[in-house]
Design a protein. Structure first.
Ligand code: MOS
Length: 776
């Protein structure tokens, strides 16, 4: 909606207190008509349900294996589907012969793709449905596909070469004819958006300049549960169980692709095993498997379960783009940054959207001069998908490595350089908290020289170091979110919303919001989610879930509370306006001894339920439009083997008011693990000779394992951000933004040489150390 249109919407005005509860600032906020005063800085100390750490309510189900994931579902007469992907990286499909597969006993349906052009290995070619996974696998092998192969570009730097084979003909650029294109390189994308001031002038004012090139490989999402659906038809009614981050997106996409009415499609997701951005769409970024499963089910007249295997998951369900970043930073001798020139090339495979500049504009906010250039490079690889703060981990790795190198060049503490250029009051408050927790004073004053640091003497050839870096994210929300609160005559409460818990424990966080408003225990609320028959919920991406759902739930709960007060008031001989609620009681605000229980009030209702539905009101002005975070790491590097071990990480983050700090912190810890894994191990590698992935499993595509675990500490800095009536904001993405840079900077502090090419594997560490020795 245009800004002026938004301004014309009728609003209500509230005077509230914004910022840290210990340092509240008066602020006027304008909310949509019908909304209520936001929980503000004064609310934090008064909360009884919000902000209290609680184990997720579904934990016992998950721990005992009773929680049913899509992967676990078994329907009567269910068939097993299997996708068949292209075995070549580029070319044309000359023929697909499914006759042998169809003739195999137990095969019930076959599907073949319309497209004959292959642009990546793993692209959808055909699919089968059969009575068992084994028969489906056998049938898949019997599908005979012949190709006319073409040369391909397997990787970012190879694809940038002027003579590289074209992934798309020049007139078939997915970015459209208006974006400049040279070979496989498209851009500048976004027309240099994010630039400010005059970089040339800023560099002229600089007393020292650092320029470095940093590379970050493609990272795959690798969720525990692969993509998949179970599709079943009853007449023209289609039910789809999906492992998804967005049940409504699945419904939309499937209804559109199949040409059926969306009201005839029901999508369910009770529990799901992670997506990290790859499960936001109706199917997957590089495969239409969900629609294929629905078609196979219709054709076979039986339910079809179609889960991708781990290899397919790596090839066609998305990945985080690689990034090659050239970063130039100029500063005064005291560390004041005067200019940044940030140039980035990234590959999202056959797709676009490899931009990484988000953090570059947001961090070092006092720097007046910034020039940003970004390019997408096509490669013959599966299309990228959003991955946990898309592009931001890569971008923060580039800019925060460069600023770290600049600080080293100036002989300054990198933390002091950050403080000097910091524009966010939130991050300024976070720095010392993180520094204290990691023991920042122990860092090697001279990188690689333990005699200048405060670490306990290391054993043998091991060296320790400390690094830090910052991240940013945004306060996004989905304003089409609705929620329903039902209070039953027996006093039981249901909160109902068509969003899905992607593994974050959001049920318990949302329940705390409803419980706080109603004055009941969080555990007394039954959460019903993951069904498109419920009021529409957001797709869980962009860290929007709590910021979208919580305000709708609070508003619906507030309406139910008003109705309960009307029932309780005559029992207490007061007016409804004189009442308040907490701890399962409704009481007279001025005299708490006069009370009835929540249950006593509910028993007075005339019907069976009080049933209230509310839509999320529009987003208010926020105290801060960004989500600030800072991160620290201690690493140990074995200079004989080149192995890097993370000893401890500390992440200090703002997520507004954390509804459930325990599960919020779990997300922060998960982000640190995923980021450390990317920094040290993960690298989606395509074979330069044949173009297929050489490590399409979890044995050769390494991710951080329990034995690699470090001490991970999350510290949340609660903030009354006032962006919605609950002051909540998401935390799923922000804490992975700094992590690649934090690890890289800590490794540098330990050994005094920098690896500018992720992942920081032992061979690269040894090569860097060897190179430094030769130069010394
Ligand atoms: Mo996230 S990458 O928006 O799921």
């Amino acid at each position: 909606m245009a800004q002026d249109e938004k301004a014309k919407e009728p609003t209500v005005t509230f005077q509230a207190k914004a910022g840290f509860p210990s340092d509240p600032k008066p602020m006027e906020v304008h909310a949509g008509v019908g909304d209520i005063k936001p929980w503000d800085a004064d609310s934090w100390a008064q909360f009884e349900q919000m902000g209290k750490p609680r184990p997720r309510s579904e934990a016992p189900l998950k721990a005992t294996g009773q929680a049913k994931y899509t992967f676990d579902l078994k329907l009567p007469g269910m068939l097993h589907g299997r996708m068949i992907g292209a075995e070549v990286a580029a070319g044309e499909i000359l023929s697909i012969d499914t006759s042998k597969a169809e003739a195999l006993p137990g095969v019930k349906a076959v599907w073949t793709a319309d497209s004959r052009v292959v642009r990546f290995a793993g692209q959808d070619v055909a699919a089968v449905a059969a009575v068992s996974p084994d028969v489906a696998r056998d049938a898949a092998r019997l599908v005979k596909v012949t190709y006319k192969e073409r040369p391909f570009a397997h990787e970012l730097r190879a694809a940038m070469k002027p003579d590289a084979p074209l992934v798309y003909d020049l007139d078939k650029s997915p970015a459209g004819p208006n974006v400049p294109r040279k070979g496989n390189v498209v851009g500048p994308t976004g027309g240099g958006r994010g630039s400010r001031g005059d970089a040339e002038k800023g560099f002229a004012e600089a007393e020292v300049v650092h320029e470095g090139t940093y590379y970050c490989p493609v990272h795959t999402h690798s969720p525990l549960e692969t993509h998949g659906v179970v599709a079943s038809w009853e007449g023209d009614q289609l039910t789809v169980h999906a492992s998804t981050q967005g049940i409504f997106a699945v419904r939309e996409g499937i209804a559109e692709a199949l040409g059926v009415d969306r009201k005839n499609v029901r999508v369910l997701c009770e529990h799901m095993g992670g997506g990290f951005g790859s499960k936001l769409g109706p199917s997957a970024s590089g495969s239409a498997f969900a629609m294929v499963a629905c078609r196979l089910a219709r054709k076979a007249g039986a339910p079809v379960k179609l889960m991708l295997d781990r290899r397919q998951e790596h090839l066609c369900t998305g990945n985080a783009p690689s990034a090659l970043m050239t970063v130039k930073v100029g500063a005064k001798k005291d560390g004041t940054i005067t200019a940044v020139h940030y140039k980035s090339w990234g590959s999202a495979g056959v797709a676009g959207g490899a931009g990484t500049a988000g953090p570059v504009g947001a961090l070092h906010g006092k720097n007046p001069n910034l020039k940003v250039e970004g390019y997408d490079v096509y490669t013959n690889a599966g299309p990228a998908a959003p991955l946990r703060a898309p592009g931001h981990s890569q971008g923060a790795y580039g800019i925060e490595s460069a600023v770290d190198e600049l600080a080293d060049k100036l002989g300054l503490d990198p933390l002091e350089v950050r403080k000097k250029n910091e524009a966010s009051p939130v991050r300024l408050a976070q720095y010392d908290i993180g520094a204290r927790e990691i023991g920042w004073a122990r860092r090697n004053r001279k990188a690689g020289d333990p005699s200048t640091g405060g670490f306990a003497p290391a054993k043998g050839a091991k060296k320790r170091g400390l690094g830090m870096a910052n991240g940013n994210w945004y306060v996004f929300a989905s304003e089409s979110t609705g929620a329903q609160v039902k209070v039953h005559r027996d006093g039981s409460v249901e909160v109902i919303c068509g969003y899905q818990d992607i593994g974050t424990g959001s049920r318990t966080a949302i329940a705390a919001v409803g419980a706080e408003e109603l004055g009941v225990e969080t555990s007394a609320i039954t959460m019903r989610i993951g069904d498109t028959q419920f009021p529409e919920g957001p797709a869980s991406g962009g860290s929007v879930t709590i910021n979208s759902v919580a305000p709708a739930v609070r508003l619906a709960a507030n309406q139910a509370r008003t109705k309960l007060f009307e029932l309780a008031a005559p029992l207490l001989g007061v007016k409804p306006e004189e009442l308040d609620a907490a701890n399962g009681k409704i009481f007279v605000a001025k005299d708490k001894t006069k009370s009835v229980t929540f249950k006593q009030a509910a028993a007075k209702m005339s019907g069976e339920t009080i049933d209230c539905t509310a839509k999320r009101p529009k987003q208010y002005e926020t105290f801060r439009g960004d989500l600030a975070g800072t991160q620290f790491a201690e690493v140990e590097v074995d200079t004989e083997t080149g192995e890097v071990r993370v000893v401890k990480m500390v992440s200090v983050n703002d997520c507004g008011f954390p509804a459930n700090p325990l599960t919020a912190e779990s997300q922060v810890i998960g982000a640190m693990i995923q980021g450390a894994s990317w920094a040290l191990l993960e690298d989606r590698t395509l074979d330069r000779n044949v173009g297929t992935m050489v490590n399409p499993n979890l044995e050769w595509y390494k991710i951080l394992a329990p034995a690699d675990m470090f001490e991970a500490k999350s510290i949340l800095t609660p903030l009354a951000n006032l962006g919605n009536n609950t002051s909540t904001a998401g935390i799923g993405e922000p804490p992975i933004v700094p992590t690649l840079a934090v690890i890289a900077n800590a490794v540098f502090n330990a050994i005094g040489v920098r690896v500018r090419d992720l992942p920081i594997t032992p061979d690269k560490v040894l090569a860097a150390l060897g190179e430094a020795k030769r130069r010394a």
